[in-house]
Design a protein around this ligand. Sequence first.
Ligand code: AMP
Length: 212
Amino acid sequence: MRIILLGPPGCGKGTQAEIICKSFDIPHISTGDILRSNVKRGTEIGLAAKEYMDSGRLVPDKIIIDMIKDRFLEADCKKGFLLDGFPRTIAQAEALDDLLQKMNIFLDYIINIDVPDEEIIDRISKRMSCSNCGEVYNLIFKKPKKEMTCDSCGLKLHQRDDDKEEVIRNRLEVYRKQTAPLIEYYKLKIKNVDGKKNINEVTKDILNILKS
Ligand code: AMP
């Protein structure tokens, strides 16, 4: 199964991606996670990407497309994949089309999780993550068992630099200008899901689409 999960930052893509990938046993490919891991390890990609990420701008297409090309070469992608946070521009979507054509494979589903801006700002400002394992929590919907502590590693949770309110506003603007046009690009295939519902209901709606 090959899936693209689209939607603004903070719409719940990451949480839903993990659930879907577990149920279909496919790898979760998040360009944001790959970039954060590169920043943490101080790689060349990480050094080039950090400034863009900290200010909420998109990392240049070439870096992202090369990263995805490499990721597709890994053996686990033979089972399929779920793309989370990619593509984010029309140029990336065209590069993906090219790549899939060369590999002679097709996308099965493109799902868009829709959430209005004001709700996103409210949600992201309550989002915390573990800098060790990357697990993401929300102080309203997905609270850690112990205050500000990761359930899995027991380390302190922190707010991502790019989850601060002024950066979120910028990320939303970038999303509306550069990523939302993908909804039109994929209009023949895209299925919309109401992301205002709670996590379980959104999962149910997505699974219904994937089983249809
Ligand atoms: P995310 O975790 O998906 O919200 O991504 C965090 C940040 O990584 C974004 O705000 C961008 O700076 C960068 N990023 C992630 N994916 C992409 C992409 N496909 N194209 C460009 N920049 C990206």
